[in-house]
Design a protein around this ligand. Structure first.
Ligand code: GLC
Length: 739
């Protein structure tokens, strides 16, 4: 056992079985600095007592007692749990936000048609946060092998982590606030990647759009029906016999031309890439893989063969640098040759049809590490997708693009490379709520660019006798968009046998409602993009459970049917059929986005007609919006608040952002000057401030401004009042006082 500080806020206890060769973790981006001696150590706010097989920590007044033991190839870590403690985190789990009194497994699994309580799912993040009396401490058991985490099931006052591995790096992460733990966890596992701006667009997918003409038809419909910035996905049917990095020449006789046409109409293209390399001696990728020794082998040196989409398939061995470099070059060639914009990594648990639960598990399959050692798959399983994403990211970077990768599986750290979606969910009301719970867990476990298949993917649930319940109704689809538009990844996707579920598939009324929601989404892009930047810079989630923002409000501890978009916007979606719901608003005042009505903190019944999800803005809100081409809006609520708008060209690789600082204090709004301005940034801003009544006058930089509707030409400051909103046109670098 080696105990060390990683930095002032993170303690690491590394336990390694005698004689075992330690493997470096792919999750962690920092190295320990100071080793602690056995006995008592006092470091800043930490008191750490190191014994032979236990470590006692006191940090921020919280006692954490950890006991380590090893037997039969397993490490067990036991820790104390207070009876009233609450537990958050654990990444992608089909469980309530509070994960206390659940036992979960970390083992990336193909979980088609999962339900509430199904476990494990596709992503494993063995990180959890224990909150006691509003003080939070983080725990991260870093091992990529199978792990079971019991949070008070076996004993109410104890958690246990059992790891099928000969090594574990166990991290204790200091709070005291929940947000401190989350951002510090991201501090050690790496900052979320900055995605291209187009990734915030409305994305349309299905399994699968083909042939080429159909793809162009869908693109045209998206344009004609004015459904926002769009991305189209190509699922597995574009390939030649599911051979990755090929096209089916009958279905796609001219892919370059198709991609060019899509680009001309402003649509980006993302292609799926599975880890299956068809065993076919005439297939170039297979030949390269064999010749370069880039493929996964069994312990006897034979090629590992699994059943994937192409039938017998080999698996790239992403665990060594040479194989990753080869994969990067494949991705680079693919993207350069055809001009596709992003890569969708699927089945990367890895899934295989000839294994139990469709998921590879084996002590016989081995992976080659950089030092040439061979390690059985079972020790590395949960990291397969992470290494794949790493190599894919590098390949995309080589093309000069800002990478967009969407991954199904992952491990702690996946946020450095990829967005994650929640896999094969189902089109029913249960999932409308469950998906939120799954996403909020991911979000506070470091994965910030996330979304769920809008409308639901699967149309029947395994175990229901395979009956096909086509349960998607126009109401459910609209309700789904109602909250999905507030998530960074907004993608409608459906299974192969699913009836169509594009926004137009349910007739004009649903189409109109969805279009309006997508317009709201487009309007919110500056807010979402700024939040993405903030998440990239300091690890803050984009979408947050209420407890993240209001850690001292006991009422919000278990709320997972509402969420915050950034610091200001509370969304309380309709999760069942009906037209109103009860909403909890934490203390203070809130403004209803739709009608400007002011509500005090507490429980309220709120109207939610179809197309209008309950959305509230906190007092002191400053939400940047896109009002029209080149016109920046700021949706504000009187109170005290600050926000920084971030912008850049949306696609270069490591840009320095242009920033605009905003402040509101009472009825006084300060809009800074752009820092590090790039060309063509808006210099006129429309402040839209929710007010109960028309003000008597408006002063900008000390001068009274005329009351007048805005002329088309952005000119001098002026203002008008309409529907509880005062609209004030000002220049950047101004202070506005509403009297
Ligand atoms: C998996 C994916 C799904 C995809 C399908 C075909 O089920 O999760 O999104 O459409 O494979 O590629």
């Amino acid at each position: 056992m080696r105990v060390s500080m990683v930095n002032d806020d993170v303690l690491r206890i590394s336990v390694v079985k005698n004689g075992h060769k330690y493997r470096e973790s792919p999750a962690v981006v920092v190295k320990p600095t100071v080793d602690l001696a056995s006995g008592e150590n006092k470091i800043g706010p930490w008191l750490v007592k190191v014994n032979e097989d236990s470590v006692h920590v006191n940090v921020d007044g919280v006692e954490v007692n950890l006991r380590f033991s090893y037997s039969n190839g397993q490490f067990t870590i036991r820790g104390n749990l207070g009876l009233a403690d609450i537990v958050y985190g654990l990444g992608e789990k089909a469980l309530p936000l509070n994960r206390k009194r659940f036992r979960v497994t970390m083992w990336n699994t193909d979980a088609y048609g999962y339900r509430y309580g199904s476990d494990p799912l596709y992503v494993s993040i063995p990180f959890f946060i224990v909150t006691r009396n509003h003080v939070s401490v983080g725990h991260f058991a870093d091992s990529t092998a199978r792990m079971v985490i019991d949070l008070g099931v076996e004993r109410g006052d104890e958690f246990t982590v059992t790891v099928n591995d000969d090594q574990v790096d166990y991290y204790v992460i200091r709070g005291p606030r929940l947000r401190d733990v989350v951002t510090r966890f991201i501090g050690i596992t790496g900052k979320p990647a900055l995605m291209p701006k187009w990734a915030l667009g409305h994305q349309q997918s299905r399994y699968s759009y083909y042939p080429q003409g159909r793809v162009l038809e869908v693109a045209k419909a998206l344009k004609d029906m004015d459904l926002g910035n769009t991305v189209i996905y190509l699922d597995i049917h574009y390939m030649d016999g599911y051979r990755i990095f090929t096209w089916n020449s009958e279905r796609f006789p001219n892919p370059r031309d198709m991609v060019k046409k899509l680009h001309e109409s402003g649509i980006k293209v993302v292609t799926i890439v599975d880890p299956y390399i068809k065993v076919d001696p005439n297939y170039q990728v297979f030949k390269e893989g064999i010749n370069g020794n880039y493929l996964t082998l069994d312990s006897d040196g034979g090629l590992t063969i699994v059943q994937g989409w192409p039938g017998k398939s080999a698996l790239p061995d992403f665990f060594n640098r040479e194989a990753r470099d080869w994969w990067s070059s494949l991705i680079e060639r693919w993207v350069r040759d055809y001009g596709v914009d992003g890569i969708w990594l699927d089945m990367n648990e890895p899934a295989a049809f000839d294994y139990p639960n469709h998921t590879v598990t084996s002590k016989v399959i081995t992976h080659r590490l950089d030092d040439e050692s061979r390690v059985p798959h079972d020790y590395l399983h949960n990291a397969y997708a992470l290494y794949e994403a790493m190599a894919t990211y590098e390949g995309l970077r080589r093309t000069g693009r800002r990478p967009f990768i969407l991954s199904r599986a992952g491990y702690a750290g996946i946020q450095r490379y990829a967005a994650v979606w929640t896999g094969d969910n189902t089109s029913n009301w249960e999932h409308l709520k469950l998906q939120l719970q799954v996403l909020l867990g991911l979000s506070i476990s470091g994965v910030t660019f996330i979304g769920a298949d809008v409308g639901g993917f699967a149309k029947y649930v395994p175990g229901d006798g395979g009956s096909r319940l086509f349960t998607l109704t126009p109401e459910l689809l609209v309700r789904w968009y109602e909250w999905a538009i507030f998530f960074p990844l907004l993608r409608n996707h459906a299974d192969v046998a699913s009836p169509d579920q594009e926004p137009w598939a349910f007739g004009p009324r649903a189409l109109e409602l969805i279009r309006d929601l997508l317009r709201l989404r487009a309007r919110l892009t500056p807010y979402l993009y700024s939040l993405m930047w903030i998440s990239h810079i300091n690890g803050e989630p984009i979408v947050r459970p209420l407890v993240y923002e209001f850690p001292n409000d006991d009422e919000v501890m278990n709320i997972d049917d509402e969420f915050m978009l950034g610091p200001f916007m509370l969304v309380a979606p309709m999760l069942n059929s009906g037209t109103s719901r009860e909403v909890y608003l934490p203390g203070g005042e809130w403004v209803n986005l739709w009608n400007g009505e002011v509500l005090k903190g507490g429980y309220h019944m709120v109207d939610a007609p179809l197309g209008k999800p309950p959305v509230f803005l906190k007092s002191g809100s400053l939400v940047p919006t896109q009002e029209s081409e080149g016109v920046l809006g700021i949706l504000a609520v009187p109170g005290d608040g600050e926000f920084t708008v971030y912008d850049d060209d949306g696609e270069s690789q490591s840009p320095t952002p242009s920033t605009l600082s905003l402040r509101i204090s009472g009825d006084r709004v300060t809009v800074g000057d752009w820092a590090n301005p790039m060309p063509q940034l808006p210099t006129t801003v429309i402040l839209k401030v929710y007010l109960g009544k028309e003000p008597s006058k408006v002063m900008v930089n000390g001068v009274e401004v005329p009351k007048a509707r805005f002329s088309a030409e952005p000119g001098q400051p002026s203002w008008y009042f309409e529907g509880r909103l005062i609209n004030i046109r000002v220049k950047v670098g101004s202070e506005t006082i509403i009297i």
